[in-house]
Design a protein around this ligand. Structure first.
Ligand code: ACM
Ligand code: ZN
Length: 524
């Protein structure tokens, strides 16, 4: 790969000079005296073996910008990629001068973020040759966990489309794709020994038409991912420096599994996959050994497919009604000697025990358990990673208790929530952008427990990619700025955001246009 080819910049007219004030905003941009780098007839990306994937992605981005793919070389080039050990792994430095643009990163992730900054800095050019100003840009993200969740249980999205979503995440510096794979309304993962999870659990016959409605659309919803599909997503994401964290939600939100294997529930069923949404009383029966074997078999398969350190096992919204009545659950409680304590019923403590069993299993496979903040209703070990979704107060509680904490309160970061989506324009952005991720009143040590944040798209009312993108964009850019640690100034963010929407348009990604009201007064 040592040849040089001509890159035709498909513009003509006046020189257009780009701007490194992209979103998320780099930590330091020092504009230098001197000539800009002008993208001319020849653009060659120089790389090393280790950075070959990053170089390929940069070539694709520049191809999209200029209409022709630059070549990649291992011994010459005018965009030069390198690793520099003194930089943070996810940090980078861009040196842009007349003759070359050098991007150094502490690791491939840093180089990729530098390459994305370069791409975003380019003018979105209709006409004219393109340049970038002489500058040194230094940057690194603030939070190590920068996540985005997509629920494929309520509605199914194809592997091809998930790759598109991963591209969107990569543009925003997201480094975790939290893949919510199972729900009451659909099970999406084949598990050896349990074929009915797919034959029965991955299909439903229709969907309620609107919240509170008693009408159903009779449009079948079905789909699942083969092991190869999931491995493909893991690789596609890893190439873009994104870790896929799988979630198997248990012991609640499991009706699709119970409809497939009724013997795993307290009553023995029969159970039906619901066509409506909400929290259902029928959940996994922790009193039955078969249910524990099932849960561990599923997790084993998941851990074989997904190399992530964290494995998410839900733990949210699990009513205890059935467990109170179930002889097997009550026998388990008795055998374990579980007694109610002030503020906690025996059945709540049974869930703590069940989650503890799964945690032990996950740890025996060298991984770390992650759960929703309901896991704090028990007294889990401090190393359990908590996604604090129920409120900002849950963030405080989790961080105070000493858990690695992911900030994702429904009020701010549930992009699909019908109630909060009533907000339009500036308020809609501000709901995300101005939310103080780190609550007041935490000690330095407790603040250190907050390892990042994530936004969520739950797909009860999201059946297609257009709506998914409307909910995701452009608020994902607001989230990304808070994850990256850009200074909080909504007015200053708006021009950067406007530029991002130009990139969305170029990729034909849908975005919520009412948000453009936010910059009408601020951006000329
Ligand atoms: C959740 O929204 N039930 C995690
Ligand atoms: Zn039971």
């Amino acid at each position: 790969m040592t040849f040089v080819a001509v890159l035709a910049v498909s513009c003509c007219g006046d020189l257009q000079v780009g701007d490194f004030s992209v979103s998320p905003l780099p930590k330091e941009i020092n504009i230098k005296d001197g000539d800009p780098y002008v993208f001319g007839r020849r653009v060659v990306i120089r790389t090393t073996d280790e950075l070959e994937t990053v170089a390929g992605l940069l070539a694709s981005d520049l191809e999209e910008a200029f209409g022709k793919r630059p070549e990649i070389s291992d011994n010459k080039g005018n965009i030069i990629l390198s690793i520099e050990d003194s930089l943070p792994t996810e940090g980078y430095r861009i040196e842009c001068g007349k003759d070359a643009i050098r991007i150094a990163g502490g690791g491939p992730a840093g180089v990729l973020y530098g390459a994305k900054t370069l791409y975003k800095a380019l003018p979105i050019c209709g006409q004219g040759p393109v340049a970038l100003p002489a500058a040194v840009v230094e940057d690194a993200p603030e939070y190590p966990y920068r996540g985005f969740l997509v629920d494929v249980g309520r509605h199914f999205f194809t592997v091809d489309y998930l790759e598109e979503l991963i591209d969107i995440m990569a543009l925003h510096g997201i480094n975790v794709f939290h893949w919510h794979l199972t729900e009451d309304q659909g099970w999406r993962v084949p598990v050896p020994g349990y074929p009915k999870l797919i034959e029965v659990g991955s299909k439903r016959s229709g969907t309620i038409k609107a919240p509170g409605s008693d009408e159903y659309d009779n449009i079948p919803v079905e789909g699942f991912y083969t092991r190869e599909d999931m491995e493909r997503i893991v690789k596609y994401a890893a190439d873009r420096q994104i870790t896929v964290i799988p979630e198997i939600d248990m012991p609640g939100h499991m009706l699709a599994a119970l409809a497939s294997y009724p013997e795993l529930g307290c009553t023995g069923g029969p159970y039906a996959i619901p066509l409506r949404f909400g929290v259902f009383e029928d959940v996994l029966c922790p009193g039955k050994d078969a249910a524990l074997v099932f849960a561990k078999t599923v997790l084993k398969e998941i851990m074989d497919i997904f190399p992530s350190k964290y494995i998410h096992i839900g733990g949210d919204e699990c009513p205890k009604d059935r467990w109170v009545e179930c002889p097997d659950c009550q026998a388990r409680i008795k055998a374990l000697g579980i007694k109610a304590i002030p503020g906690k019923s025996k059945e709540e403590l049974l869930q703590t025990w069940f989650m503890g069993q799964m945690k032990e299993f996950i740890e025996s496979n060298g991984r770390t358990m992650m759960g929703w903040d309901e896991v704090l209703e028990g007294t889990p070990d401090k190393d359990v990673v908590v996604c604090a979704w129920t409120s900002p107060a849950a963030v405080t509680r989790s961080a105070t208790l000493g858990h690695p904490t992911i900030v994702c309160p429904i009020q701010h970061y549930y992009f699909s929530n019908p109630r909060f989506n009533q907000l339009k324009g500036r308020e809609s952005l501000s709901r995300v952008y101005d939310f103080q991720m780190v609550p007041e009143g935490l000690s330095e040590e407790q603040m250190g427990n907050i390892i990042g944040s994530e936004a969520c798209i739950w797909t009860e009312w999201v059946a297609d990619s257009t709506k998914l993108e409307w909910e995701m964009l452009p608020r994902l850019a607001a989230l990304a700025e808070t994850q990256w640690g850009s200074p909080k100034d909504l007015d200053a963010f708006l021009p950067r955001l406007k530029k991002m929407t130009g990139l969305y348009d170029r990729r034909r990604w849908n975005w919520k246009e009412d948000i453009a009201q936010a910059w009408e007064e601020v951006v000329e």
